[in-house]
Design a protein around this ligand. Structure first.
Ligand code: HSE
Length: 416
């Protein structure tokens, strides 16, 4: 017996890197029974490789067209995207979106709309592009067994780190190349400062643990403050520096989550994730570690996830948000201890009283580093580590549980 499949008539918002990729891919997949009926764009003057009659600048032409049953939203303006997506969902149209910023910033409202109207809203391409991580977290991993999720979830920063370390490009050259390749956001500060990664982590937390946290609630930093001497240190130790989004279930049942640069050693599956590739390690109680790997940015890798969502819509698939409704994972917490490396130019810039324990330090005239244990809530509540000239990098196996006393700081001061 064959399962009836819906014909999808698509209203597409955005014809940039991903939109054009989707347009091309759909032409090669007639079996999907999906057709782009109209495309809404912002700049009609741009030359495009598609018939002119396909395009409009009026969003309402798509949103009010009753024959369009799916809106695919691929624009980079998060506010406009929220207007489009909420209007489409409330008028009974299914929506596929790649807009991680919009989703992460409006999760509570989007959840409420889905609950009230029951219209499907899928966004696999919003996290790690071609890697099917959202649907796996949603469907496959039981909440109680999920010990942790850690991943390289931003292609551009990983590309920059790789090209700087391997090919000796400057930071600026590597960023420019990431922009040319279509990996970076239109505002690349979102990539570089870890904002894109924390938006993705916020979405992953919902599907992994049923936690709805605004990205601003989650401690994050990007690669903007990394220094050349951090790379030298990493090389000496046999580490790679990666920007990692991490969520870990703690012994008390609550969940630690952050986006920070990390030293990754060669036993970690993320060690070999290079260029625009993303990688996600999911740790579960029974299966131990599982590793998902694939391209995390770019036209066709992102279009492939959009295509997969479209395909799922033909069977009326929607996220059930099971873990939100059956929540046993606890809450987001900042109450834990983390081992970090902090480097800074000159002496005494890092307030040593921020450390619960200092385990190693080194200083010279121009730079200094400290490896020590911090109380994470103190990091969250302070700004010192965000200053230019200071970098904070999470140490491998960073979670520390044996912190009992705060050592006197005088010893440290005496040495430096
Ligand atoms: N700018 C994003 C990245 C695009 O580099 O990962 C894919 O979400």
């Amino acid at each position: 017996m064959s399962i009836p499949q819906k014909k999808l008539s698509i209203g597409l918002f955005g014809f940039g890197v991903v939109g054009t990729g989707l347009y091309k891919v759909l032409q090669q997949t007639p079996s999907l029974n999906a057709e782009i009926k109209k495309v809404c764009i912002k700049h009609p003057e741009k030359k495009r490789e598609a018939p002119e009659t396909l395009f409009t600048v009026d969003p309402d032409i798509l949103l009010n067209d009753e024959s369009i049953n799916v809106i695919v939203e691929l624009i980079d303006d998060a506010d406009a995207a929220y207007y489009i997506v909420s209007k489409a969902l409330t008028s009974g149209k299914a929506v596929v979106s790649a807009n991680k910023k919009m989703i992460a910033e409006h999760l509570p409202e989007l959840l409420a709309i889905q609950k009230e109207y029951g219209t499907p809203f899928l966004y696999e391409s919003a996290c790690c592009a071609s890697i099917p991580v959202i649907r796996n977290l949603e469907e496959y991993y039981d909440n109680d067994l999920l010990q942790g999720v850690s991943g390289i979830v931003n292609g551009s920063t990983n590309y920059i780190l790789t090209r700087v370390a391997q090919d000796k490009l400057t930071f600026e050259e590597a960023l420019l190349q990431a922009q040319i390749e279509g990996f970076a956001e239109s505002n690349p500060a979102l990539d570089v400062e870890g904002i894109d990664a924390v938006n993705k982590l916020s979405i992953l937390l919902t599907h992994a643990y049923g936690i709805v946290a605004h990205p601003q609630e989650i401690v994050h930093s990007g690669i903007q403050n990394l220094q050349a001497h951090d790379a030298v240190f990493a090389k000496e130790k046999g580490f790679e520096i990666k920007l990692v989004a991490q969520a870990k279930k703690l012994e008390d049942g609550n969940v630690a989550a952050f986006v920070l640069p990390q030293f990754v050693d060669s036993t970690n599956q993320l060690y070999n994730v290079r260029n625009e590739y993303n990688g996600v390690v999911i740790e579960s109680g029974l299966a131990d570690k599982q590793f998902f790997y694939g391209k995390g940015a770019g036209s066709f890798p992102t279009a492939s996830a959009v295509l997969s969502d479209l395909s799922a819509l033909r069977y009326d698939y929607k996220y059930e948000y099971k873990k939100l409704h059956n929540k046993t994972a606890g809450n987001l917490t900042n109450d834990f201890f983390l081992r970090v490396y902090v480097s800074f130019e000159g002496l005494f810039q890092v307030p040593h009283e921020r450390f619960e324990r200092i385990e190693e330090w080194s200083s010279s005239e121009k730079k200094c580093h400290v490896i020590g244990v911090i109380k994470f809530s103190k990091l969250r509540d302070s700004q010192w580590w965000k200053k230019k000239g200071i970098s904070v990098i999470v140490w491998p196996d960073a979670f520390v549980t044996d912190v009992v006393v705060k050592e006197p700081v005088e010893d440290f001061l005496a040495v430096v």
